[in-house]
Ligand binder design. Structure first.
Ligand code: C5P
Length: 203
């Protein structure tokens, strides 16, 4: 039996952490769909055509740790504007959502475009300042040189690009449960997400 959980929200809101914890809790498979766009962005930075890169993605490239740099995130949000790139990634994501045993997909358009019939939908958000602060600390821990101002500017630029684009813009699905993690610990955010999904499972 399949059970799809769609988790959307802006950059650095805690989606990834919540998604991994939710998947582990329910024993579901997890797909970080941002990695698909990052892999395409990374290929473009190396001179490949964006649409070709999207049509020829392989699972191995998603393991590349270089996909998790701010430079690649920026490239990802630019290729994410291209309708042909988005179209090339749809089938893979939909098949993943409907795999037997349950699936959690996190991204920007999972509850609205990829999986509008998901059994549970969450929209995880936090203020831009809180998200920038979290991302800044995470980058520092990984030894990536940057400043809080720079990270905040990046977060705002990426939010604007993701929310204002014509194709699959970032917005909560009408039936999504919204979770603002600004004043929550990770444990509180995860517990809130699990409770919201349990409610859908029970109903
Ligand atoms: O989630 P992450 O920060 O890794 O995503 C990188 C970029 O990929 C986002 O800023 C967004 O532009 C794009 N993306 C998207 N749709 C998704 C997931 C990510 O457009 N489902």
């Amino acid at each position: 039996m399949s059970f799809a959980v769609a988790i959307d929200g802006p950059a650095a809101a805690g989606k990834g952490t919540v998604s991994r914890a939710v998947a582990a809790h329910f024993g579901f498979a997890h797909l970080d769909t941002g990695l698909l766009y990052r892999a395409v962005g990374f290929a473009v930075l190396q001179g490949t055509n964006a649409v070709e890169a999207a049509q020829n993605l392989t699972a191995e490239v998603l393991e590349n740790p270089d996909l998790r740099t701010p430079h690649v995130a920026d490239a990802a949000s630019k290729v994410a504007l291209i309708p042909e790139v988005r179209a090339a990634l749809v089938d893979f994501q939909r098949a993943f959502a409907r795999r037997a045993g349950g699936a959690v997909l996190d991204g920007r358009d999972i509850g609205t475009v990829i999986c509008p019939d998901a059994e549970a939908k969450l929209f995880v958000t936090a203020s831009a300042e809180v998200r920038a602060e979290r991302r800044f600390r995470e980058l520092q821990e990984r030894g990536i040189e940057t400043s809080l101002d720079e990270v905040l500017a990046d977060v705002r630029a990426r939010d604007a690009r993701d929310m204002e684009r014509a194709e699959a813009p970032l917005r909560p699905a009408d039936d999504a449960v919204q979770i603002d993690t600004s004043d929550m610990t990770i444990e509180q955010a995860v517990a809130t997400a699990i409770a919201a999904i349990e409610a859908r499972r029970g109903g």
